[in-house]
Design a protein. Structure first.
Length: 367
């Protein structure tokens, strides 16, 4: 009896000790990340491999720029190196890899890696990152309807949202203005122009009190599509030239940008009118055409979310690889490692996008 009691006591002590040890291991093994770091990364699915033609091996000249001192102390350059494009092809990591790498980069620092921007300048590839939120000042205006005009039935091609700068004088034909064309996404098709005011360039103008350029945002008919039909491409071209006659537009400074369906339309229109735009910006859009030979001198800025489930990130891999292989002179790619399809909110809120567009002139391309 005494032996049985002794064995029971030993078993009880063992259970207690094992439980304490397990609790301690769980305590040590648990992660203690800031709330904004607790991001669930979806199980990566292997995307289809894109066929990339053989290309001559080019050694890029990478440049790492880190935005704040805290980051400089904590991030390792060898981890950054994983984010560089493939040295043989110029292709970039797949979307889920960006998400995983971004989490690795920021697992033990304050803030989150919110942007990675590549610049492809000929054979040179540079990279800069942003940790934390981009500081953007907003100016509220009470007369939004006075800033952005909803123009119905005044064009044979489209209804459109129009912005004219305060100093624009329609009678002064000597002073010409740059123009930014904005192509909206699929959800804003139809005949209600007010839908366009909540996104992209119109939203930026509302929230920032203006822009040093004319802005025209046509509305795609409900039954049509900027890219999936062949109806809108010639109609958009005619619309652009109609406006060149109607407004005091500098035809050497015409720019095109669009989001999602409008991003696809931006690619399609730029390829159809290769000598017309001074620069373009594509936000979460793809293309069905990878022959960029006619626009190799056209400045391009691409924005995309690594976790985009609507327009898969592998589309960007294909575009970047083809641009690089075809020796495009200058393009930029901004990747948002933790974002899905809605990259238009941060992309169109940044003033440097508009500064970048407006810095280009078609004459520079023609030289």
């Amino acid at each position: 009896m005494k032996i049985k009691s002794f064995i029971l006591i030993l078993l009880s002590i063992s259970v207690i000790l094992f439980g304490c040890s397990t609790d301690k291991e769980n305590e040590i093994g648990g992660t203690n990340m800031d709330s904004d770091q607790n991001i669930v990364t979806p199980e990566p699915t292997k995307p289809e491999e894109n066929e990339i033609e053989d290309t001559e091996k080019i050694e890029p000249d990478p440049l790492v720029e880190i935005s704040n001192d805290q980051t400089k102390q904590d991030l390792k350059v060898d981890v950054f190196a994983k984010l560089y494009p493939d040295r043989d092809t110029g292709s970039i990591p797949k979307g889920y890899e960006y998400n995983e790498l971004a989490m690795e980069l920021t697992s033990n620092i304050r803030g989150r890696l919110t942007e990675i921007t590549y610049t492809f300048l000929g054979t040179k590839i540079s990279m800069e990152t942003l940790v934390g939120n981009r500081e953007i000042s907003k100016v509220s205006k009470s007369q939004d309807e006075d800033m952005l005009e909803l123009v119905y039935d005044q064009s044979e091609y489209y209804n459109y949202v129009l912005y004219l700068p305060d100093s624009y004088d329609p009678t002064n034909k000597e002073v010409k203005w740059p123009v930014i064309y904005f192509l909206h996404g699929i959800g804003e098709r139809g005949n209600d122009l007010s839908e366009l005011l909540n996104y992209g360039v119109p939203k930026y103008i509302k929230e920032n009190g203006g822009l040093e350029a004319i802005m025209i945002a046509p509305q795609c008919p409900a039954e049509s599509h900027w890219a999936d039909t062949n109806d809108e491409e010639p109609r958009l071209e005619a619309f652009i030239w109609e406006n060149a006659e109607k407004f005091n537009i500098d035809t050497d400074r015409m720019y095109l940008t669009g989001l999602s369906m409008g991003g696809r339309g931006t690619w399609k229109q730029a390829l159809a009118m290769p000598d017309i735009f001074a620069a373009i910006a594509v936000v979460c859009g793809r293309t069905n055409s990878y022959d960029f030979s006619e626009i190799l001198d056209l400045p391009v800025w691409i924005f995309h979310g690594a976790l985009d489930s609507t327009v898969a990130f592998e589309n960007v891999n294909s575009i970047v690889a083809k641009l690089y292989q075809q020796e495009h002179e200058y393009f930029k790619l901004t990747v948002y490692p933790f974002l899905s399809h809605d990259t238009w909110t941060p992309a169109y809120a940044r003033p440097d996008l508009y500064e970048w567009l407006l810095s280009y002139n078609l004459k520079d391309r023609m030289e």
